[in-house]
Design a binder for this molecule. Structure first.
Ligand code: NAG
Ligand code: NAG
Length: 312
């Protein structure tokens, strides 16, 4: 570290310590429980990360408060021209989420070099798995996207990994299915942190609609229906990108899986029915008025000629 950087770092450090001491003293005096106080301190630290960009120091301090819940982000992926571009976008969104753990599952026999390199370069906390889709379920190039279930094997693999490696009661967090072909606002991850059981929100540009969203009862503020391009009467007419689940529920319901036996288009709906009911969904993103995720769907490139020596 050169002299100038060193001075700047010390200045921030002193500033941080003074402000922290004042805040902590104030919080200890004013909070009625230790839990409330710890959560306040965490909020303060998060504020520092955004306002002062004190990432290394702040991460060090955050690690000490090791009970911060983790957002387990599950991303199935498969090889095609745009794979690296898509995964780059997703990984760089997750770099803005300090408590993300990225679980990437390749539809492949083995871990590929492309994905291994990309996730290790990201510096994120990651788990890299593989699960091959059986040939009978593979989409043919000309098949419409809805014709077969997609990502079943890969999402189940990730759920098994969570259940084998995390412990109910000890590990705290949330589970979110983050497909590699969508675009995400980081605000979504702050919303996920509010979930008690299952949280839901609108998804932009999906199902032939500008937005698909749960509809709230104006009286109770609870979900009483859906605006959805396809079968809005499904018990949960919600896209894969439109919900996240408390980790406790995933660990408690070890049987909850995706399945090829489910009716086409009912994966999300049937999966959610393991955990909750429509009335108990928690509407997020300002009572489902804000859009923080979009089904952007990258156009399939037409590559007529390959320049050798490049991994695109
Ligand atoms: C959401 O709606 C409830 C009542 O239905 C209201 O109490 C609450 O303030 C609203 N929240 C936001 C963020 O708009
Ligand atoms: C869920 O998926 C995992 C991984 O594919 C599998 O091992 C397990 O048997 C499945 N469970 C059920 C109940 O289908």
């Amino acid at each position: 570290m050169d002299h100038l950087e060193n001075r700047k770092f010390k200045k921030y450090l002193i500033y941080l310590i003074i402000v922290s001491c004042v805040l902590i003293t104030w919080k200890v005096l004013s909070s009625d429980s230790e839990e409330a106080y710890i959560s306040e301190v965490k909020e303060c630290l998060k504020l520092f990360q955004y306002k002062l960009q004190l990432t290394p120091l702040q991460n060090m301090l955050l690690k000490k408060l090791d009970d911060i819940p983790i957002i387990y982000v599950i991303t199935p992926t498969y090889y095609r021209y745009v794979q690296k571009a898509e995964l780059t976008r997703i990984s760089q969104t997750l770099m803005l989420v300090p408590n993300a753990h990225w679980v990437v599952i390749e539809d492949s026999e083995e871990r590929t070099k492309l994905v291994s390199n990309l996730i290790s370069d990201s510096g994120l906390k990651t788990t890299h798995l593989v699960a091959k889709t059986p040939p009978f379920e593979k989409l043919k190039a000309k098949d419409p996207r809805w014709k077969r279930h997609r990502g079943v094997e890969q999402r189940n693999k990730a759920l098994s990994w969570l259940r084998d490696n995390l412990q109910l009661g000890k590990d705290k967090g949330f589970v979110y299915f983050m497909d590699d072909d969508n675009a995400y606002n980081v605000k979504l991850f702050s919303e996920i942190m509010k979930i008690k059981k299952v949280g839901v929100w609108p998804v932009g540009l999906v199902g032939g609609f500008n937005v698909e969203t749960p509809v709230l009862d104006p009286g109770t503020g609870k979900v009483n229906g859906y605006k959805s391009g396809w079968k809005p009467n499904r018990p949960f007419a919600i896209d894969m990108a439109g919900f996240a689940i408390n980790l406790d529920l995933i660990l408690e319901n070890a049987k909850a899986n995706f399945s090829y036996k489910m009716e086409k288009g009912f994966q999300e709906s049937q999966f959610l029915s393991y955990f909750t009911t429509k009335e108990n969904l928690e509407p997020l993103a300002d009572n489902c008025t804000k859009v923080y995720v979009w089904h952007t769907r990258t156009e399939k490139p037409v590559v007529k000629s390959e320049v050798s020596g490049y991994e695109v």
